[in-house]
Design a protein around this ligand. Structure first.
Ligand SMILES: [Zn+2]
Ligand SMILES: [Zn+2]
Length: 809
């Protein structure tokens, strides 16, 4: 519903949480938050909306701090920047530039729009202008960002700097020119791995002159991909050393818990951290927002929930919240109706369309002119279309845009008043990046985080300190993962034989991994080192997630609809599964595992499908542990055996189970790293968890813990799995396991082990903050449970988590 905001002096409503508690916010007087005519005051005037606002954080304005241009900056370059309106750099830009110029590797970890690029371009471009043989590499996680950077460099019109992109789209003829002549090559880690290092002899001149390597958006290198990139960079350093160069690394990162540690892990060199942001920032109101619970009125004679409340429409009768998409579309319509330039960030292309269409429909009731000023923006648009949308937004012609995170990186959008983030984007770094888009000419801006029906989102909107306090989220990956290191050492040996001295570069796990490769006949030991034995080069997909992805093909037409990861295929596209794709519904006819293809036909049954999976976990070894009187916590290697054994059909409208179907799919094995805790019967008794309630308590505690781990490590809940049991044969006790979902581990379990006390305390708080009676998707239900979310005991889980976090905290 669109409400009109009338600018008047009505009092500011204290925000209440949906459960009626007054939130912990200190709400200032109208003057403190910028006057009653602010966008925020408009939102608050709607009583229902004010109830959903769990917290409002006034983010103070910060004045900018300048530093003089370093003396060594090339005068022509400086002149171009001054002409572009940059009179002097900000302090952090100058500090990073000075360090790199002096030969020290550096990570620049400051906010969005703080101008990190000027910090690395100063030393890089100055060197290229003054030293004819000097070369530099720029790495970004996406092609689009590299192309944006190229445009920025070219706009400086420096005849002495030959810059070029080098990626999968670069024509063969141009590649020769880039190798021979380009001073600055903008590329991605995939091309270093597949294109440059295997042909290093052809790149000899470039590598000999390599002085700087810029790694932009380095917080994007996480999990298994991060481990691969760390190895690729070590391979690059080794080959450079062969040609006599030792480049300085300049990394740009979002603000994370420990940029120095993650930048050091990524490059293997000591890195100086610069995080004192000297860029100015306008004031902002940051709102945490939780959509209301929707209660379904029970039909006559229908059973009530255990505590007398009406049962909801969710799984096992759980209540559901109003969807984040519907709520965000409403917010967008209201803001646009008030003339507020707003960008809504959503997770999928489809949601971008749905939010835009819904907002346009609502605005259409007010004025058709307003409806035309809202659009969707998502990946897959042509550059011209993209630029046209950006131009209309800047000009104020477009007032509202619903965008996928494609907009988050490298695209120049300014002049916005408000951002709405529809569902936590996975990391705090992304959240701040999105919020940082708003703020026009130092005016007060608004950012809103709308929670999804998910434990982490629930936790965040009820724990403002987790969003606004010091970041606890670290960019996590494990460079010692043998499943990554093995193939990477094969690549390295194929480039140049490995020597004893090289092994140190690849970390403490390298000698063991090399021995294993020799045993398997992949490498041969000779007096001068280890040699690659095969004729063809090793095949390694650095973005791979274990096996080729499964293609989804429409049987009748042969049309390729999309792909799913091999690991998810058994539960997502088994025969009979209902598969949704861009708003259309398909049913899987056949899953051909050897060929990695699922055949589907279009059909919209009244039901969805949920896979049932059996999972067993066996402990291979515990490598680190904390032994306390009633609780033990371990980090180690486990073997996870899982098998999708069937699926349930459930009515879309009510979640009612229509039937069970068996499936005949092979079991799968995963050797990975896990964190687990075990508790004694005394602890359970002390927490008043009866023997019969233990399975429901540990299962609920496991689900919620998986939901909260992304607060401490840059992972997605889909990157991790869990197993809980009242009695595990390897521990002899009640045990809860959380494991990395990728072979060899990705570093997430390790982070959970290191932060176990905070992690379990946050998990307990998330469970406690949810006002549902007996468990819902916001607290203990999991969208990927292989057991149909049964049994779950929310109250007992809270008591168990309180006892365990108290013991380890
Ligand atoms: Zn709940
Ligand atoms: Zn489960």
């Amino acid at each position: 519903m669109v409400h009109r905001v009338v600018a008047c002096g009505s009092p500011i409503v204290l925000p209440l949480t949906a459960s009626g508690r007054i939130s912990s916010t200190v709400v200032g007087s109208p003057a403190d938050i910028g006057g009653a005519d602010t966008v925020l005051a408009g939102l608050r005037r709607d009583a229902r909306r004010a109830q959903c606002m769990t917290h409002v954080e006034p983010v103070a304005a910060r004045p900018g701090r300048h530093a003089p241009w370093p003396e060594w900056v090339d005068p022509v370059l400086r002149g171009r920047w001054v002409a572009a309106g940059i009179d002097e750099p900000w302090t952090h830009q100058a500090a990073a530039a000075e360090a790199a110029h002096a030969g020290r590797s550096v990570v620049l970890a400051t906010g969005t729009a703080s101008g990190k690029s000027l910090g690395y371009l100063m030393p890089v471009l100055s060197r290229l202008l003054t030293q004819p043989g000097a070369r530099a590499l720029y790495l970004s996680p996406t092609k689009a960002l590299a192309h944006d950077q190229l445009r920025a460099v070219r706009s400086l019109r420096l005849t002495g700097v030959r810059a070029a992109t080098y990626d999968g789209d670069t024509p063969a003829a141009e590649r020769d020119w880039v190798r021979a002549h380009a001073g600055l090559v903008l590329t991605n880690p995939d091309m270093i791995h597949r294109g440059i290092l295997p042909q290093h002899r052809r790149w000899a001149q470039f590598l000999r002159g390599l002085r700087f390597v810029v790694i932009d958006e380095c917080h994007g290198y996480r999990g298994v991909f991060g481990a691969h990139v760390a190895a690729v960079i070590r391979r690059l350093r080794r080959v450079c050393a062969r040609y006599g160069s030792e480049p300085v690394f300049l990394l740009a990162s979002a603000t994370t818990a420990d940029p120095q540690l993650s930048a050091g892990r990524l490059t293997g060199v000591d890195v100086e951290v610069i995080d004192d942001d000297g860029a100015p920032r306008g004031p902002m109101d940051f709102v945490l927002y939780e959509p209301p619970l929707l209660w379904r009125r029970p039909a006559e004679g229908e059973a009530q929930g255990a505590s007398g409340e009406p049962r909801g429409a969710g799984e096992n009768g759980a209540p559901v919240r109003r969807s984040v998409t519907a709520e965000s579309a409403d917010l967008l319509a209201d803001l646009v109706a008030d003339g507020v330039r707003t960008l809504v960030f959503v997770r999928s292309r489809r949601s971008a369309e749905v939010v835009a269409i819904t907002a346009r429909r609502e605005l259409g009731h007010v004025s058709s002119d307003l409806a035309d000023r809202v659009a969707a923006y998502r990946a897959g648009y042509l550059p011209e279309e993209r630029r046209e949308l950006e131009r209309r937004l800047r000009a104020g012609d477009l007032l509202g845009v619903a965008a996928t995170s494609a907009l988050e990186l490298g695209v120049d959008i300014s002049g916005l008043d408000a951002t709405v983030t529809a569902g936590f984007p996975g990391t705090l770094a992304s959240l701040w990046q999105q919020a940082g888009r708003a703020g026009r000419d130092g005016q007060r801006s608004l950012a809103v985080l709308v929670a999804r029906d998910d434990p982490l989102d629930t936790y965040l909107v009820h724990h403002p300190e987790a969003v606004f306090g010091r970041s606890v989220e670290a960019c996590v990956f494990d460079p010692d993962n043998p499943y990554v290191l093995g193939p990477q050492l094969e690549c390295a040996a194929a480039e140049l034989p490995l020597t004893e001295a090289d092994l140190g570069l690849f970390g403490p796990a390298a000698p063991r991994v090399v021995d294993d490769l020799v045993r398997r006949g992949r490498l041969r030991r000779r007096p001068t080192g280890w040699f690659w034995t095969q004729r063809t080069r090793p095949e390694v997909d650095i973005r791979g997630t274990g096996g080729p992805p499964v293609r989804i093909v429409e049987t009748a037409t042969g049309r390729l609809l999309g792909t799913v990861d091999a690991a998810a295929a058994h539960s997502a596209v088994h025969p009979g599964a209902v598969y949704l794709h861009q708003g259309s519904s398909f049913v899987v006819d056949d899953l051909d595992l050897p060929e990695s293809v699922a055949f589907v036909h279009e059909e919209s049954p009244e039901w969805t499908t949920v896979a049932r999976e059996h999972t067993d976990i066996r402990i291979v070894e515990s490598s680190r542990s904390r032994i306390l009187p009633e609780v033990e916590v371990h980090l180690g290697v486990v073997e996870v055996a899982s098998q999708v054994v069937g699926y349930q059909r459930r009515l879309v409208a009510t979640g009612e189970v229509l039937g069970q179907e068996p499936l005949d799919l092979p079991p799968r094995q995963l050797r990975t790293r896990a964190v687990w805790y075990t508790v004694t019967d005394d602890l359970l008794a002390g927490a008043a968890v009866e023997a019969a309630d233990v399975p429901g308590a540990v299962h609920a505690a496991e689900h919620a813990a998986i939901g909260l781990l992304p607060l401490f490590a840059t992972c997605d809940r889909w990157d991790i799995g869990g197993v809980s049991t009242a009695l595990h044969p390897d521990t002899g006790r009640t045990s809860v396991f959380v494991y990395d979902g990728h072979a060899g581990g990705a570093g997430f379990a390790e982070r959970g082990f290191l932060r176990i006390g905070d992690w379990l305390a946050a998990t307990r708080d998330a469970v406690g903050a949810c006002e549902c009676p007996a468990g819902c998707p916001s607290c203990v239900q999991s969208p990927k449970c292989g057991n149909g979310n049964e049994p779950l005991d929310k109250a007992a889980a809270w008591r168990l988590l309180t006892a365990v976090s108290g013991a380890v905290g």
